[in-house]
Design a binder for this molecule. Structure first.
Ligand code: LLP
Length: 427
């Protein structure tokens, strides 16, 4: 984390800003994202592609972090957007990303979402089934528009990652089965309202080695050749996202190795290439600030450190057993005697925990911590479970910081509830 440093006087700093100052002023829980880190990582990824001699259209996977400020920063860095809902599409547009740089993925796009894609004139729809293809063609004809279509194929390659974030093996709901892809492409080429332009794939997330990418792209190249041999043109290949980061000690996915895999398998095909990275760019850019509500002693065992952040804020540890670093903000806490503790949230679920048997400097009631690498799949996966308002969000840029989302007010939690009259005044 080059942008995250420990200063002997100020404690943990993100870029030039002491995180304690943000926690004190904003209260906790509070998400903080570093603009400098986003820019640096976006640039590093594009640099790796260029270095490999590849010209790719980069689309940030909006699901990883859909804040308008994040999307604007990445739009300025040259990224388009990969969206999976009408809401994400409109967010990307609102953040100034041109429709011509937006691609739409997802297994269950509604008619309304497909109509929106047609009306906005986005770059392409990545179609995931025969049924969706027919529906899109019908809607395009109805509205007098044409849409570029890539078929998302399922290459049946195991990404070697957590089962809940593996998407490219047979039996997943994602994509068109490998051996049906060419026939469906032929159908797409014949249908009105859609222009079959190529293939897309995404095999999973938090992938650390180039091997699964390479295996999947090799199959993709095979499919492109077979399609061309069948007399059908192919001009675009979308390589998906999935490059992983180092949460603990697993090492970070290498943009150069990823670019190398793309070049080795797809570089000679004379197609336009696209990528859809999310996590690699955004995860290390963000932290979640939290305060120790209390220490709960356990006779003969490790104490519970109970935070004011919970699974409703950061779901990843509960959902995927994900490991996130936890670091004290104050310089004094950082050097406290280490102990083994369990770090949990206050929500009424045993699964509401951030770390089990973790060695940490001893944290007293009131101590502040940062949960690391939460810039991707963090705030976007929050809920208001247990009537806990959504946390505030802050953007750090150099030595300045600004609030980019106010803490949700508690009234907002019930503002849209409607109590029927009959219940309010029973007859
Ligand atoms: N493209 C498509 C079609 C996707 O489904 C995804 C992620 C991406 C791109 C971006 O993948 P990335 O580069 O971020 O790995 N909530 C989970 C991750 C779910 C990823 C879903 N798809 C987590 O917190 O680990």
């Amino acid at each position: 984390h080059p942008q995250l440093t420990l200063d002997v006087q100020c404690g943990l700093m993100l870029e030039g800003v002491p995180l304690l100052a943000i926690a004190d002023e904003m209260g906790t829980p509070c998400w903080v994202v570093s603009a400098g880190t986003l820019r640096a990582r976006a640039g590093r990824l594009l640099g790796a592609m260029a270095q490999a001699g590849l010209s790719v259209s980069p689309h940030f996977a909006v699901k990883a972090n859909d804040h308008l400020a994040v999307l604007e920063i990445l739009g300025q860095a040259g990224f388009g957007a990969d969206v999976v809902s009408g809401g994400e599409l409109l967010r990307a547009r609102k953040a100034g990303i041109p429709a011509s740089r937006i691609v739409f993925s997802g297994v269950g796009k509604t008619d309304a979402e497909l109509r929106l894609a047609l009306a906005e004139g986005i770059a392409q729809v990545n179609v995931e089934s025969a049924e969706e293809l027919e529906i899109l063609s019908g809607l395009a004809v109805q509205t007098g528009r044409e849409m570029r279509v890539l078929l998302r194929v399922n290459p049946d390659v195991d990404a070697g990652t957590h089962a809940k974030i593996t998407t490219g093996v047979a039996g997943n709901k994602f994509g068109v089965p490998w051996d049906e892809a060419l026939e469906l492409y032929r159908r797409a080429a014949a249908l009105p309202g859609v222009r079959a332009a190529g293939y897309a794939m995404h095999i999973g997330s938090q992938i650390l080695s180039a091997a699964p990418f390479r295996a999947a792209y090799a199959r993709m190249a095979e499919l492109v050749r077979a399609t061309r041999e069948a007399g059908l043109p192919v001009s675009v290949v979308d390589c998906g996202g999935g490059l992983g980061i180092c949460y603990r000690d697993e090492g970070e996915g290498s943009p150069d190795a990823w670019a190398g895999a793309i070049r080795a398998e797809l570089g000679g095909l004379d197609v336009r290439l696209a990528i859809e990275p999310g996590r690699w760019i955004a995860a290390p850019a963000g932290v979640l600030l939290s305060t120790v509500v209390l220490r709960k002693a356990v006779t003969g065992g490790a104490p519970f450190i109970i935070l004011d952040a919970a699974m409703n804020d950061l779901l990843r540890p509960s959902l995927y057993d994900a490991w996130h670093g936890i670091v004290p903000l104050s310089p004094r806490d950082a050097v406290a005697e280490p102990e083994i503790a369990a770090v949990v949230g206050p929500v009424c679920e045993s699964g509401d925990m951030f770390a089990q048997e973790r060695s940490l400097p001893r944290l007293e009631r009131g101590a502040r911590v940062a949960v690391l690498d939460t810039g991707a799949y963090g705030a976007v996966m929050s809920s208001t479970y247990n009537a806990r308002p959504l946390a505030a969000q802050v953007l750090v840029d150099g030595d300045r910081w600004s609030v980019i989302r106010a803490r949700q007010g508690v009234e907002a939690l019930w503002a849209e509830d409607i109590v029927p009259e009959r219940i309010r005044s029973p007859v």
